[in-house]
Structure formats: C-alpha cells, structure tokens
Design a protein around this ligand. Structure first.
Ligand code: VTB
Length: 364
C-alpha cells in the first residue's frame, strides 16, 4: 500500500467493528436525547427544576416507546415507587427486538436548567443486557482523566491512585499531557464535603473549576481534548458515574471510582449513616458487590461490548451550545453520539423545522 492509500479504509474498518446495537440504534438514541433536550429547554430559566425534568422524561419516554427493542431501564429516574416513568426496572420499547440495558439521565443538572446556567444536558446510554452497572443512587468518589493519561500509565508504569493525594495524581496527569500542573484544569462539585480536596488541588498549583451541579458533562469532557477540562475529581452521584464510564468506553480515558454512602460523605450523624447502610448494602450485595470499598474502573461501571452513548445540550456546556429556538418553534440542538464497538464519535448539529417555508433553515 502506498503512503497515499494507507488509511483510506479506516472508516470501513471502524464500521465493520460495530455491534448490532450500534449498527441499528446509534442514530436513534440521538433522537431520544434531542427530544429530551428540546422539551426541557422550554423550561430553562423558569426556576422549576421538576417541570424541566418531567418534560425531558416524558419526551424521551415517548420516543423510546416506538423503538423495536426489548429494553430495560437500569439507571433512571429512581426506584419504581419514586418515579412514574423511566424508573429502574421499567421495560421500554415495543418488545420486538434485541434485549438492551438503558442508562438515562433525562436532564442532567435540573437546577442548572431551571436557573439557566452552564452545563445542563439530556443523556442516555444503551448496551447489551448486562453492559451497564445497575448502580444504586448513592455516590461514587471519582477520578476521571483522558486517554493520554492511560497511554502514559502504560508507557511508564506510573499509575493514578484514588487513595493518593491530588499532588501525586495531578503530577502524573501533567506529565502525560506534557504541561505544567499550573496549566491543568480540575473540575470539582462545589460542596462542603470537598473543602479539603479543593484546598489540596489548589496547593498543587492546578486550577480548580467549581461547578454547582453536574459532574457528568465535565467527566466526559475530560476524555476529549480542547474542552478545557483535564481532570474530574470528587464525590458525585453513582448513576452519573456509570454514564460517564459508558462514554469513556468510546473516547478512551478512564474513571477510577469507589462507592460511598451520601450520609457518610456529607458527614451526617451516625444514625443517618447506619440507616443508609441498611438501605443500600442489600442492594449492593444483590448486584454482587460485597465490598463497598472495592475500586471500580471504567470497565466495571460500563462492561458492555456494544455500548452507545448520546448527550444533547440543554444549556451551554463544555461540549456544545444549548438549545436555540427560533421562528415558528424551530429548534437547533447539538449532541455528541458515540459507539464503543466502532470508536466513532459524532458531533451532531440538528435543526428541526416544521414548515420549511415558514421557518427557513439557518446557518447560525
Ligand atoms: C451529584 C452530581 C450530579 O447532582 O449527584 C449532584 O453527580 C447531587 O449531589 O451531576 P449532592 O447530593 O451533593 O447535592 C448533580 O450535580 C446533578 O444531577
């Protein structure tokens, strides 16, 4: 093969690697998150987080219902008694089709949408049955980095460690990215439980970006260069951790994590800690996790071989702008859709117009 023709077959090779879920459902899940984003975007800035969330849930549920899949929600709006739709264990789709597991966060950052702030998105992942961890709604302590760090770990044998000080880990990340620690941006949820962590990270010289909500989109951004996010750190929700992992299966990069009960992380009373322990430990045991302190990696959280992921911006985020509405209900939405089998990452910019004469397509 001459230098000129080398690599011309790359798209075909990648397409050939797709599993059945990716082949058949890749662009379909995009429609689900787009529908969720457009519906919830109507509620941006109105201060009503529940209405914004409900709008996304209902729209996504309607689109999903028409899919020829035998789907089960493994991560969703909560347990059956807490959520009327997209609850854990709910069956979705027509039932005529492949068995798939679905993780969904219809509106990641409900407060962000209600307050019209940076970072709200509609997010979903799908995989073959068993391909996404059925994580309960507790916390994960997370450390998230991009693919260069994974490559650097392999090359040098130096490894990130969830239990080491931020200084140790950030030094490795800086070396892997060939930049000074001072030029790293670390995203951390702004919570009292992170006071010490924030101080330790700042002491290394690295720049902290505090977010009031939403550690999922920055986690995904850590796997993508050019986003101004190099590391995600700190304790956030476990379901968001599974969704982050499902995207990292395509982009590369890794999440290192460990379950932690919210009462413990937020230093609540012994009583509350015990109550939570009694509630969630049986659930973890059911899932085969008998050691809550076990360190969980990307493949533990999202073990699927055929995993697809889609996120659509509701408000502006690290990855894209939020929903724009224009004349006659026209809407423009931006998403990222990925397939772990092929490795294809699509940034998709979609325009929805109902009447082409009434609403001309706009470039910007
Ligand atoms: C976290 C974070 C989420 O909600 O779960 C947060 O992972 C709630 O955390 O991205 P607290 O219990 O500390 O308030 C989000 O920010 C949004 O769903």
């Amino acid at each position: 093969m001459s230098a000129r023709t080398e690599g011309v077959g790359v798209p075909e090779t990648m397409i050939a690697r797709m599993g059945d879920i990716e082949r058949n459902l890749f662009l379909k899940i995009l429609k689900v998150t787009e529908a969720g984003a457009v519906a919830s975007a109507r509620w941006i800035g109105l201060g009503d987080r529940h209405a914004a969330d409900d709008a996304a849930v209902e729209a996504m549920r309607r689109v999903l219902a028409r899919f020829d899949i035998d789907g089960e929600i493994v991560i969703g709006e909560g347990e059956r008694d807490e959520a009327p739709m997209l609850y854990i264990g709910e069956k979705v789709g027509t039932g005529n089709g492949p068995k798939v597991d679905i993780a969904v966060d219809p509106l990641e950052g409900t407060n962000l949408a209600a307050e019209n702030q940076f970072g709200a998105a509609s997010v979903m992942a799908m995989s073959e049955a068993g391909g996404l961890m059925h994580a309960p709604d507790i916390y994960l302590d997370k450390l998230i980095v991009g693919p260069e760090v994974v490559r650097y770990e392999k090359k040098t044998g130096k490894r990130l460690d969830l239990d080491s000080a931020p200084e140790y880990n950030l030094k490795i990340v800086a070396e892997a990215l060939n930049r000074r620690i001072e030029d790293l941006i670390v995203v951390i949820l702004e919570r009292p439980r992170h006071a010490e962590l924030i101080k330790e990270v700042r002491d290394t010289g690295a720049k902290v970006r505090l977010v009031t909500d939403g550690d999922l989109m920055p986690g995904i951004a850590a796997g993508i260069r050019g986003t101004n996010v190099h590391v995600g750190m700190g304790i956030g929700a476990a379901p968001e951790g599974v969704l982050t992992a499902s995207a990292l299966r395509t982009t590369g990069g890794k999440i290192i994590s460990r379950f932690i009960l919210p009462a413990k992380a937020n230093q609540k009373s012994e009583d509350e800690i015990t109550k939570e322990y009694d509630k969630f430990i049986p659930r973890l045991l059911d899932m085969g996790i008998n050691d809550i302190d076990k360190v969980l990696y990307t493949e533990d959280l999202a073990p699927g071989k055929d995993t697809i992921f889609s996120a659509t911006g509701v408000t502006q985020s690290d990855l894209f702008e939020g929903v724009n509405f224009f004349e006659n209900d026209g809407a423009r939405v931006r998403s990222v859709v990925m397939g772990s089998g092929s490795g294809i990452v699509r940034f998709v910019d979609s325009i929805y117009i109902i009447d082409k004469e009434e609403t001309p397509i706009r470039m910007r």
